[in-house]
Design a binder for this molecule. Structure first.
Ligand SMILES: Cc1ncc(COP(=O)(O)O)c(C=O)c1O
Length: 376
């Protein structure tokens, strides 16, 4: 499948220039069919549904593993990125007195808050400040020392669209006896990722954005070497011995993080999108996303927008941020013209994915020009 063929599979694109993949994914025809089947099962054959949905969850783990260069056994099916972040922190605490964790100032709150829970006060949180919109590796390096237990970052940051070099950060963490925790909510599904090769320890993401799946679905990767660490919660799904009340041992794979019945509807919804992304291929996806984001950045700047996302490909991916006082008004103006973007406070954001094309971005440009004229 090529990007144009995937595009043809997404009904909303017939009318709208949908460029909010950093928020929520549009359904493809295959997703719609899967949900129709789900409704048929639940109304006509609930017993069949019980069997099928369990499969869908494991299929999602396997598909996700393929997309990020991991093994399915290292992937837990969780409810959100935040749930995954908490699992990683649970396994690293309690930490020795005097420990620290290194973030950058663009970190997502769900990476930071788990460290603020009771009993974790002895871990100092260090925040590296970006310079000119870039989190410099050298600054991260300077913040790490022998007491660092983790470097914790968003692979691609959600406002600025800054992309870290996580292979380099993994090396830095390991050289100091620490681990690398990555929030992949703005990267998984939009680029080639090789968690094994890059040496990432923990990686969490949501299914509902670039992975073209459902809300309430997330994936948590723990590298094999960490699967001997003990989770803080247990359920029948985590028990090697199933339902037996008197025998409990955690499974030796990432299912040890599963508790009970998972989000089966979300699993059914989430499978087709990942299948289709794999059919396009992550190499093609990354090239396409970088091309479109570069095109968008150039055009937005030419039209006078205050873009904060770096120009250089190595520092960006699919999220493009710009600062403007009237971001909400501008977002609404575009929305009414059939161009879907995002705003938060004074941040305006546009996130083209592999199923978008230059014509979608041109509709954004036309919107910028029309907004300018209307507000002169
Ligand atoms: C970097 C990043 N992390 C996490 C999330 C979402 O977290 P969750 O999956 O817990 O809702 C977002 C959503 O915008 C995000 O941009």
């Amino acid at each position: 499948m090529n990007p144009a063929q995937l595009r043809a599979e997404i009904p909303v694109l017939k009318k709208r220039a949908y460029m909010f993949s950093g928020g929520i994914a549009p359904a493809t025809n295959r997703t719609i069919k899967a949900m129709d089947d789900y409704m048929k099962w639940v109304t006509q054959d609930p017993d069949g549904l019980y069997l099928h949905t369990e499969d869908a969850m494991h299929d999602c783990r396997a598909l996700f593993a393929k997309l990020v260069g991991a093994d399915a056994d290292e992937i837990a099916f969780v409810e959100s990125t935040s749930a995954g972040s908490n699992l990683a922190v649970d396994m690293l605490t309690p930490a020795p007195k005097g420990s620290n964790v290194v973030f950058d100032e663009y970190a997502y709150p769900s990476s930071v808050y788990p460290w603020k829970l009771k009993g974790r006060e002895n871990v100092a949180l260090r925040f590296v400040q970006p310079r000119d919109g870039i989190v410099h590796f050298e600054d991260m390096e300077a913040a790490v020392d022998d007491d660092t237990i983790a470097i914790s970052i968003s692979h691609v940051t959600p406002g600025q669209g800054f992309k870290h070099d996580i292979a380099r950060l993994a090396k830095l963490a390991h050289a100091n006896g620490a681990v690398l925790i990555v929030d992949g909510a703005q990267s998984a599904g939009a680029m080639e990722i090789d968690l094994h090769k890059w040496g990432v320890d923990f990686y969490s993401t949501t299914g509902m954005k670039w992975l073209m799946g459902a809300g309430g679905v997330g994936y948590f990767y723990a590298a094999k070497k960490h699967l001997d660490k003990t989770p803080t919660r247990a359920g029948y799904s985590s028990n090697e011995h199933g339902y037996g009340l008197h025998k409990f041992e955690f499974k030796d794979n990432a299912e040890r993080f599963h508790l009970g019945l998972s989000n089966t509807m979300g699993a059914v919804f989430s499978k087709p999108g990942m299948e289709q992304l794999l059919e396009v291929g992550t190499k093609v996806i990354e090239k396409h996303v970088l091309d479109l984001s570069g095109y968008a950045i150039r055009g937005m700047k030419e039209r006078g927008m205050n873009v904060i996302t770096p120009d250089e490909e190595k520092y960006r991916l699919g999220v493009i941020g710009a600062i403007m006082d009237d971001a909400e008004q501008f977002w609404k103006f575009l929305y009414d013209r059939g161009v879907d973007t995002y705003f938060a406070g004074n941040l305006f954001r546009v996130d083209p994915h592999v199923f978008n094309n230059r014509a979608d971005v041109d509709r954004l440009f036309e919107g910028i020009e029309a907004y300018e004229s209307a507000h002169k």
